[in-house]
Design a protein around this ligand. Structure first.
Ligand SMILES: *[C@@H]1O[C@H](CO)[C@@H](O)[C@H](O)[C@H]1NC(C)=O
Ligand SMILES: *[C@@H]1O[C@H](CO)[C@@H](O)[C@H](O)[C@H]1NC(C)=O
Ligand SMILES: *[C@@H]1O[C@H](CO)[C@@H](O)[C@H](O)[C@H]1NC(C)=O
Length: 470
């Protein structure tokens, strides 16, 4: 049968229309979606939450970056926009959202198998800024790649974050005029300054869209990777090791506590004593209680256990045992139950191929950036503002370590070391340098400062964002 040309044409049209619709629906699927209700939270969310995937690959089923975007509860059009990267590497940015600076947190109550409940965090940083919490590197949180392992390294994390933010802006042009800041903590002190440099270089090269980059803020950031060495004088100052052991360590190890010569028995002996002194100290907050975290290195734990005993119960996601309720990690446990619940995944619009959510996936990562110091040198020269804050009871990245590299930038001090206050009380100490870098301690706080001291953390951020001295 000879098909009349008109009908043929019509079929082609139909075909291309279907193709178009197919593509369009695919795009809608891939784009962002509003979230009005979250399982575990009572009633509609009193803030604007959007989640979505941004694709960085050639195909739709590869390299999908998941993010949570929360609009400022104040003035989203004019308030700054922060892109937040949690540490690890490989800890989901949901950690930043739910445990540190976002508008919701888990209600700490006994877990009985029901979905954990969420409540509001009054000191949310989203009261004064728009925040994108992004799950990167690939494999982190709800982000996805066909071949996850080949996409996990410092530089890949840097490039992917940069690509992500430009694409995100293309989908959200209404936020292009907002002041943009990069925010990160802990391990992300390594990639974040490099991301800021890439964004800045991209702007210089004329990449579209142009990003209104103002600067960056970092909390207890890993920077030189000399932090384990700096830990020794810190724990001595905090009375966790004796004067005699400290002197002996200095004498025998000569300031190098990471790469110890296996022949150096005196240093090794001192280090063993040092480790015994600290073995039941919570290094993330030396005043907090110590809790075993069996969600980390779980494979090892599982293997070790399987030699001697059968697991009594199926593991709850990655946890073999429920942590005690007064442990910080109890919240991590609740979060893991919550994020693996089918109703939660549906509400967050998580793609179906995404497997189990773990708060941190830190293995399979290539460490390529030895220090981020040179990026700070470059960024200071370009005049970007920065806030570097330290919970002063963190032994993982001690404040003294952070101060040492800031001092090494050689900028003059414009506002010298002084207390900063909240409600008439000393909230911490601060100092500002000529390169627009402000250093602040949060007194009595741990590794993730706003988590332990939410009022102080919020005051610090709001003052810094609005350019008033702390
Ligand atoms: C668990 O506790 C909550 C309240 O704390 C209650 O609403 C729920 O029914 C309980 N679930 C089970 C399975 O007992
Ligand atoms: C700092 O900037 C200089 C000049 O643009 C560049 O050559 C250098 O690679 C940058 N440093 C880093 C660590 O990227
Ligand atoms: C800071 O000053 C010291 C001593 O003069 C110098 O060795 C170092 O290179 C300077 N650092 C920077 C980042 O310029």
């Amino acid at each position: 049968m000879v098909v009349p040309p008109s009908s043929y044409c019509f079929r082609i049209m139909l075909l291309s229309l279907t193709l178009f619709l197919h593509l369009a629906s695919h795009q809608i699927e891939a784009a962002s979606e509003k979230v009005e209700y979250l399982p575990g939270f009572d009633g509609p969310l009193p803030f604007q939450l959007e989640t979505g995937y941004v694709g960085l690959g050639d195909t739709d089923d590869d390299l999908q970056v998941f993010y949570y975007f929360i609009e400022s509860e104040n003035d989203p059009k004019n308030d700054p926009l922060i892109l937040w990267l949690t540490g690890g590497p490989g800890c989901s940015s949901f950690s930043g959202l739910a445990y540190q600076i976002g508008p919701i947190k888990f209600k700490i109550e006994e877990y009985n198998g029901s979905l954990p409940n969420l409540i509001l965090r009054p000191q949310s940083w989203t009261k004064v800024s728009n925040i994108i919490f992004v799950d990167l590197p690939f494999g982190t949180g709800f982000s996805y790649a066909k071949d996850v392992i080949s996409h996990r390294s410092d530089w890949k994390l840097v490039h992917h974050t940069h690509q992500f933010i430009r694409k995100w802006f293309i989908q959200h042009p209404e936020f292009l005029s907002n002041k943009f800041y990069m925010g990160a903590d802990s391990y992300s002190g390594i990639p974040a300054p490099a991301i800021v440099q890439e964004i800045s270089n991209g702007n210089d090269k004329g990449l579209h869209p142009w990003i209104n980059l103002q600067g960056y803020l970092l909390g207890n950031p890993v920077t030189t990777k000399n932090e384990p060495n700096d830990r020794i004088p810190y724990v001595h100052g905090m009375a966790l090791i004796s004067d005699e052991l400290y002197l002996s360590l200095q004498r025998n190890c000569k300031g190098e506590y990471m790469k110890i010569d296996s022949e150096n028995q005196l240093c090794l002996r001192d280090m063993q004593y040092y480790q015994e002194c600290l073995s039941r100290i919570n290094m993330f907050d030396i005043l907090d209680i110590y809790c075993e975290d069996d969600s980390l290195n779980n494979n090892e734990v599982k293997q070790r256990r399987s030699f001697t005993e059968m697991p009594e119960a199926p593991p709850r996601s990655s946890y073999l045992t429920v942590p005690a309720m007064d442990c910080q990690i109890y919240g991590f446990f609740l979060g893991t139950q919550w994020a693996n619940d089918a109703s939660v995944r549906k509400a967050l619009h998580i793609r179906e191929e995404i497997g189990k959510w773990e708060r941190c996936y830190t293995t399979d990562f290539d460490y390529e950036i030895a220090s981020s110091f040179e990026f700070h040198v470059n960024l200071s020269a370009k005049g970007y503002r920065s806030l570097i804050y330290s919970g002063d009871h963190d032994a993982v990245v001690p404040f003294s370590s952070t101060q040492a590299w800031i001092r090494a930038l050689n900028y003059s001090i414009v506002d010298d070391w002084r207390p900063w206050f909240l409600n008439g009380q000393v909230a911490g100490y601060t100092r500002t340098y000529a390169n627009q870098m402000t250093f602040a301690t949060v007194k009595g706080s741990g590794h993730t400062a706003p988590e332990y001291k939410p009022d102080e953390g919020f005051a610090m951020l709001s003052r810094w964002l609005s350019n008033v001295p702390l």
